[in-house]
Ligand binder design. Sequence first.
Ligand SMILES: NC(=O)c1ccc[n+]([C@@H]2O[C@H](COP(=O)([O-])OP(=O)(O)OC[C@H]3O[C@@H](n4cnc5c(N)ncnc54)[C@H](O)[C@@H]3O)[C@@H](O)[C@H]2O)c1
Ligand SMILES: CC(C)[C@H](C(=O)O)[C@@H](O)C(=O)O
Ligand SMILES: [Mg+2]
Length: 354
Amino acid sequence: MKANIVLLPGDGIGVEVVAETRATLDAVAAQFGHSFSYSEHLIGGCAIDATGTALTQETLDACRAADAVLLGAVGGPKWDNPSASVRPEQGLLALRQGLGLYANLRPIRLFPELIQASPLKAERLADVDILVVRELTGGLYFGKPRLREEVNGRRRAVDTLEYTDEEIQRVVELAFRLAASRRRLVTSVDKANVLESSRLWRTVATEVAARHPEIRIEHQLVDSCAMRLITSAAAFDVIVTENMFGDILTDEAAVLAGSLGLCPSASLGDGTRGVYEPIHGSAPDIAGKGLANPIGTILSAAMLLRHSLRLDKEAAVLERAVAQAIAGGARTADLGGKLSTQGMGEAVRAKLAG
Ligand SMILES: NC(=O)c1ccc[n+]([C@@H]2O[C@H](COP(=O)([O-])OP(=O)(O)OC[C@H]3O[C@@H](n4cnc5c(N)ncnc54)[C@H](O)[C@@H]3O)[C@@H](O)[C@H]2O)c1
Ligand SMILES: CC(C)[C@H](C(=O)O)[C@@H](O)C(=O)O
Ligand SMILES: [Mg+2]
């Protein structure tokens, strides 16, 4: 098949991991006789430097016209001035909102050979297989009012945590549909003991659950959920939660896998369009050194093949190649190894061919 893929490398290690993933997608295409064409566009800090804005209309239009989008990461110290009026992260948020990508799927799967890479005891990691469905276009990230002001000589700032029933319903519904082909348990995570928006979340989640009697629902407060992710992660199947809780819980859950650099995601709306992005950021501490682990982005590309291009077999072959490379001892520095970003990509491609 022919597919038109937009690449948004962004900033920092985003550039490195996307380059390695493109080479890997090319290897998949060659193996199966597909033709993927790429167009690269600016987002984040590099877009601010070139155009003054973090997401240009040109980039957004290209993403709208593409079959799928693969994104690296945005941000970095260069653009971190707290009084700057434009920030790299705004580009990513505008992209998610502009494409209507209200659900971010973040699978947390463990490679048996990497159990030692996690700081947790091996017995706590047995049978861990979690899918976090993070709401992506609502909550604190987008609520209005949002402002900073000075009142009577005091500085004051406001963010707003706002959800409508429709925003909650569509993402929880998706979580239930996904749970149907897994272990049939949805954990809906909120802070309903304190937040009004969480009480609405819990009410709507309960209504959605009533339409899916074959799937169990449990409600869990976010603070104790954070603890249970460490003490009994294997008890979770699908977790569905609001935007910021999902952001924080998934970086925590990445510790189960052994490195943030291993974890992929798919940002989806209605239809097949999606943005595929590792859950990590631009990692300024290691950027430009060839140290970044590209696996999170390569596994995001596998999700791209499956969800946006409907190439299930190719996705499975790519995931198997990653698993075999890791089983064969391929390790970047975050996993205690010596391979460069490129070396890790090559290790995966070697398993593809074999
Ligand atoms: N989706 C995104 O674009 C995204 C996500 C998170 C953070 N950010 C941005 O990234 C910048 C840095 O944020 P941060 O330091 O809090 O988070 P980060 O995810 O960039 O890095 C956290 C730690 O994990 C390590 N790490 C991350 N990815 C890795 C990889 N692939 N291989 C090996 N090690 C890896 C880093 O070296 C660092 O020590 C900020 O500007 C932030 O806004 C962007
Ligand atoms: C960079 C930032 C806007 C982003 C988020 O919070 O969504 C990141 O942390 C992520 O997890 O993709
Ligand atoms: Mg994050």
